[in-house]
Design a protein around this ligand. Sequence first.
Ligand code: ARG
Ligand code: GLU
Length: 714
Amino acid sequence: MFKIKTHFHFILFLALAPLGLFAEEGMLIPSVIQAFESDMKARGMKLSARDIYDVNNASLKDAILHFNGGCTAELVSDRGLLLTNHHCGYSQIQSHSSLQNDYLKNGFWAKNLNEELPNNSLYAARMVRIDDVTKAIMFGINEGTPEAERRQKIAENSKKIIEDAQRGSEYKAEIKEFNYGNDYYIIVKEIFTDVRLVGTPPNAIGKFGGDTDNWVWPRHTGDFSVFRVYAGKDNKPAGYSKENVPYKPLHYLPISMLPRKSGDFTMVYGFPGTTEQHVVSAQIKHIVEKERPARVQMRESALSVIDAGMRSSDEVRIKYSAKQARIANAWKKWIGQIDGLVSLDAVQVKKDYEAKYVKRAETNSSWSKYATIVDKMNRLMIENSKVDYEYAVMVEYLTIGPEIFSLARTFAGLEKEIEDGLTGEALASKKVALQSSIEGFFKNYDGGIDQKIFQKVSETYIKLLGEQGIPEELRNIDLAKYTQKLYDKSFLTDKDRALSMLGKLNSKKIKSLKKDAAYSLYKGVLNQLITSVLPKYRVFNQQMEESLKVYVEGKYVMFPNEKHWADANGTLRITYGALEGSSPTDGMMYTEHTTTDGILAKHRTGNADFELLPDMVEKFKQKDFGPYAQDNELWVCFSGSNHTTGGNSGSPVIDGEGRLMGLNFDRSWESTMSDYMFDPDRCRNIVVDIRYVLWVMDKYAGATHLVDEMKLVK
Ligand code: ARG
Ligand code: GLU
């Protein structure tokens, strides 16, 4: 079996681009970081590869945790103090907030361990080790093994490898595919489930700039929140208990209070989610012209209602803040990606590369499978453009459309279980659990808002899919009347009706569930997705995955001297570059850092996203920056040329000696296309300077005891 990973050692580095002086594309797997040590050292790193990743001794990696599977967080004290972004802890902060205790608006700071707030179903995972297990996974498989048998063998081998890795430990193991099945790695993790909220700044700091500034440089957001990992008395993971004690980490990051300057080495260590560097030209064209614009329109419909509602009522603001942020975030990113891909002329860049790839493949008869793969992938995409589009629009409808769909999903799950024979005691106890989730649902629900969302988003949905693509229920109707009736009558739109439906539901009463108009619409949409879209979509995806395996293999085989890296897949990665600004468009220069003066300047514009609390204006004007200042100013954010993506939020930005400089939390508008195509000239990650974080804790919030827990390097 061909193993492409070995080529990591033969990498030659591309000539440095003029402006992205220090930018380096790629998200590297920690266990192969050795291969990059000398390059990193040449750029100013003083650490060794072993300081960064070591299985047998404490190393940097032990301070980096996967935060609830979606963000990154880092340990900064010997008592389990954990930093991540404000937007990563947002749903926890929101769930502890109420009109009485408005932590979103005013912030929250636990004065001692007793005041730290437990969080249901929040976890933080440490990577114990990451190892290449391709050989063991491929055991019993060769070039001629048929696809179905191949999959079966891989599943069997994985199961055994996982069992071996977990035996006799509390660790959890997982096998992950890299490079579209060319490589496999085992990830062994230690999962902490008692993670408590310690502190958060007010939204006016943690979300300063809101949607106006999201994905934008220059930036002034203090995007951080503070948690603490607790463990049992034996320092091992344990479920929440009063008896638990702060976790004592193997390693935690010291804090860099040192002056910074453009060109300083930076490294981002975290859990990037998804990149798709290998999509072919037809796919870029499809994304830019069809798929993304449709998704953007769906979200615009939902946001127009939510935004207006949040502006007009504090209650709605609190209920919808987390939901709004989730919907708006991808919406704005996608617009940036479309722009970026167009301005990079990405379709043409891909076409040129594809031509080069095919030409090379034709020079060697053993490369014939590479010679045909590009054309096959482009054709696949063109043939499946419709199904991919429909899939995207339907998923948007079901996930960011009216919220009654998510309640319908809960009932659909129960319906299925009852049909499968759930009765008596078992059914009763299931209902107890569902009752609290339904109550939770209505805590953050506003019927008037959801009704407007329904009407607005359904209108867009019908327009985007046309009569053929929508279920019976939506055809030839007066949407306004239909909506009104639905929200007046359905059990899904009212807490009491929903609970009463839950109470009476059994095999005999399933009929009344099915008679409900909103419920049957949900089923109709889902049914269309499942019957007329998903089967084709799945085949398409599988064929694309199989093709990608060959295509990517060809890149490593035919261009061994080019730099290759595995797409992000939610596993721990390292990316490095420098603290630096950029020139994103002709005639425009972005400097590399911002200060508190910029906060006041934005505040003066009067835009509600730049609102400050009165005491903040005072504090910023006083300029009492103490040890956190550099040249009499307080850095708020800086940008870096590190290749990051979603999931890197909260990732530590680490200097050449392993000290924490700040928390990654965003990319600039001009860089969002880096999920498909990295451009060293303009791709910049956005970081909140740790000195600003500490200033907010210490001088603004008076939570000096937290700063005292950390190790500051001056
Ligand atoms: N754009 C950042 C990321 O992708 C931050 C999102 C949170 N901020 C916001 N205004 N929604 O997650
Ligand atoms: N804010 C993003 C996150 O939550 C990081 C920004 C990006 O996509 O680079 O992971």
